[in-house]
Every structure is written in C-alpha cells, then in structure tokens.
Ligand binder design. Sequence first.
Ligand SMILES: [Zn+2]
Length: 394
Amino acid sequence: MASKTRPPISRLTDRTWLVCSVIDGSNRLVATEASSLTIFFPSSTRTQWPSRPAYLCAFRTPLPSSLDSSGPSWKMSLVSGPGRGGGGSPDQQELFVQKHVDYIRSLDTRRDELEYWLTEHLRLNGVYWGLTALHLLNHPEALPRDETIAFVLSCQCENGGFGAAPGHDAHMLYTVSAVQILVTIDALDELDRQGGKEKVGAFIASLQDPETGTFKGDQWGETDTRFLYGALLALSLLGLLDRIDLEKAVSYVQQCENLDGGYGVRPGAESHSGQVLTCVGALAIAGRLDLIDKDRLGAWLSERQLENGGLNGRPEKLEDVCYSWWVAASLAMIGRLHWIDRDKLAAFILRCQDPEGGGFADRPGDMVDVFHTVFGIAGLSLLGYPGLNEVDPV
Ligand SMILES: [Zn+2]
C-alpha cells in the first residue's frame, strides 16, 4: 500500500477487485474507488478525488462472497462513527472506560456496511488498534483470544510476512501489527505452527535496502522511515535484531534529521511528527538516542501544542488526537515530556471522546473511529491518567 500510483493491472484476477483508497494524514479513509465506482465516505468532507492524496492505497481484495463463509469469525471493523467526539460539559475530566470498551467490542457487528469491506486492507492494523486500546483500558478479556490468534495466523503468507487480511499480499506494516498482537496476548509461540518467528524475521530482513540501510514496505519497493521503525520494532520483539544491518539503518535515520530538529519520511523531506516518532523510536530500539539533539528536537515538538491544548503534526496544521501520541511519545523518549502543558493536553483528549457511545474523534465534533480511540487512550496513559495501564513510548 501507500504508493502514489496504481499497481500494474496484471496483478488482478477474476476473483479479485482492484480497489484504490485515499487515506488522509490521520489514516482516515477519504474515498475508495473500485473499478469505476468512487465512494466518498460520510466522515469525509471531500466531494472530489484529491489531486494529492496523503496515501493512495491500492490493494486487491477477494470478492466478499468468498469471505463470509469459513474462517475466523471475529474481525475488526474500521467504520467510523456513528458517534461524534465532544458533547458533555466542556470541562468534564472523566474517561468513560466502559463506553470505550463497549464501542470497540461493537466494531465486529457492522459487517453489513459497505465501508467494512472497503477497509479490509487495514483489517490487521484495526485488530491491533482495538486490542491495544482494550489492554490499556484494563479489559484485555473483551476480545476473544483464540479467534484473534486464528485471524492473525490466517493472514500470514508463504514468504513469512503478513497481509492485511486472508489472501492479501504481505506488507511490512501488517507484519509489524501481527507481531505486536501476538506479543500483546503472549502468543508468539503460535507462530511455530507456520515456520516460526525465524520465517517472519527473514521476511522483514529481506526488505532492507543493502545500499542505504532503509526498508521497503513490500516487494513494490517504496521506502519510508515508518517501515524502518516497524522493522526494528518487530525484530526487537522477536529477539532477531541481529538479522539486519542495524548500523546502516541508524545512519539512514540520521540522514533524515532536519535543521529544525525534526525528521522527515526520507532524507531532505519536511519534518513531520509522525516521522519524528518513527525515527526517535528506531534510535531508541537501536540504543542510539545519544545521536539526537534533544533540546532542538524537544523545542520543535513542544511548539506543536496549540492554545486549545491539542497537538498538531506540523506548523500551521490543526490539532488532532493522534498527534497526542506521535508528539508526546517522542518527547517522552527524549526525556522532554514536561516541555508541554500535560494538563491541557489531557483535557483536550478527553474533549474528543463521545461520552454516550464511546470512542474518540480526531477533534471535538468529528466522528469517532478506532484509530483515534487507541491513540487518545495511549496519550492519556502516557500522561499518567489514573486507571490506565502504562504504555511504553517506544
Ligand atoms: Zn489523526
């Protein structure tokens, strides 16, 4: 996924659709085109196919009829809404734990909606987001463990990597989610049934570019510091960091550092807090946080906080709950979390929850979704909000 052009049409078979989706900077689905049909989602304000999408995801998906029969039954829907963030009194400080647990559990029951099928290319990520949120909320039992394991394993491909859903091509991002899910529910041993963690490690290592040290997402070859961070994260969880050239990966991250202290998606690219998290996280895993100019980066990150307490991803952009995670976790890793107003940030995140139906939106008044729900809760956990499990910023 995440390529700027469509993959060759030869990848299609008569049992699959070619589906292109536009994902905005917050991982929100904006529009999907299947064959000549274009669908704009109600959660989007757009009415036109954007000329410069943040990501254009193209993927092939089995026809729905082949999916609704056998196989693991539990899957996560990424349909946004129906609730909206906000509501309640503006200065309420309560986290509605049970509402959020119920909201995440309800995501499995919305398969009659078209958007459920059109977001299948993110399904494994969705499971990871929902599961992580439930663990942070101290309700790990809310999702069936055996079905989760069965679903994850059903997404593994011959080459050891994982696709977004059964029958999808393997990609770094889903492979990382699969490893994270299995570690979270202490089920890494389950991999032994299908070639073991060595096979997963070999898939990830095969995506490293021997010249530059960075990583591709899949066989189609786009590189991005997200993939580099994901590779290091998954390999460190598997205890297989020695399978790659770590030194070269570290030097690639260094080349992505900008004069403003931030990091971009590749050398010379504009600083963005999502990319800052991936670069700082990669250096943390490699044990090389000493390479960061912490005061300069800390200053750039703390300037992301706006008057309303929320954080943005880049200068001149709107605040968004998911940046509570990218920015605050980066600050925590370099020991500068106290450089932002934590109380104001916590209050902003709490304003983004739907006190009735559960879930978090990117900002008050928008529709809730599972992506912003996990990052809102993770942000609160990082800020030490009482009653939540502690989150590791890396
Ligand atoms: Zn967002």
